[in-house]
Design a protein around this ligand. Sequence first.
Ligand code: RIB
Length: 313
Amino acid sequence: MNKPKLVVIGSLNMDIVVETDRYPQVGETLLGRSVRFIPGGKGANQAVAAARLGAETAMIGAVGDDSFGDDLLRSLQQDGVDISGVKRAAGSATGIASIYVAEGDNSIVVVPGANYLVEPADIDRNEAKLREADIVLLQLEIPIETVVHAAKKAKQLGKTVVLNPAPAQPLPDELFSCIDYLTPNRTELAEYTGMNTVGIHLEAAMRRMKDMGAAHVVTTLGADGSAFLGADGTMRFINSYRVPVVDTTGAGDCYNAGLALSIASGGSLDQAVAYASLASAVAVTKFGAQTGMPTADEVQQFSRQYSAGGEQQ
Ligand code: RIB
C-alpha cells in the first residue's frame, strides 16, 4: 500500500532543555539537574512524528549555516524526512528553543533565527512537493505571510490543509477559509476567539472558530483529552490515556502529525482524533520533542495494551 504523503512547512529549532526541580524566581539563580540538546521546532517535530508513524514526509523550512543546522538536518534525514526543501540561510543562526522542564511541565522561549527567513518564494520553489502531497501541515513559527501564502497555494492545488495555530498570534481573516482542520489547544482557542473555553463554554468557542472559516476544529485539552466538531456539526470528546508522564514537550506536535497521517490515510475525523490521542499518549512517556516521537509499531503496541486493560481517563 502507498504511504500517505505529507508536506510539513514550519520551524526547525535546537531545543536546549534544562531540567530543574522548580522554576527560578525573577532574579534568582538556580542549579539545574541536566542540560540536553534535542532536535525540536514545531515543524520538524511534526515531520519526524509523521515519518515515524508511516508517512512519506517532506519538510520545507530553513536552518542557519551553523553546527545546530547540521545536527537538525542530519536528525531529520535519519528519520527518512526529505530535507531538500529546507534551505541553509547564510549568515543566520539556526532557531533555538530554551526549555525548562520542572514540576511536571515545561516553559519555552523560542528565538526563531533562520525560521523567520522562510519566504513565500521558498514555497513557490517547492511547489512540486505540494502538488504531490495528500496533506499540507502548517504551524506558526515561521512568518505569517509565508503561512498564508502556503495555505492559499495548497488550497489552490486542491490539497487538504491542517493548521496547528501555535504559538497564538494575530491571524488574517483570509487564512481561515484555506484551513480544513484547525487544531488549537484550549489556551490558543481562548486567544483567537476572546472567549471562555472552560467547561460548558468550550463548544461555543469552537463554533466561533469554525464560523471564522475553518472547516473542522479540533481542540487539544491536555490531560482532559480532546474535543472536535464532527462533519455533521456535532461536538464530540475523546478522553486522554492515563500514562506515566515524563515530558509533554512536543506532545501537541505528535498529536497533529497523527491526526494528519490518519486523515491522509482516508480515516474519518473520529478515527483521526482517536489515533492522534494514542500517538501523543505514547509521546509524553518519553523525554524530549523529537526523541519522544513514537513509531507506528509503538503506537499499535500501546493500543493493544490499552485494549487489554489500560486506563483511559
Ligand atoms: O512544540 C514543542 C516545540 O516548541 C519545541 O520543540 C520547541 O522547539 C518549540 O518550537
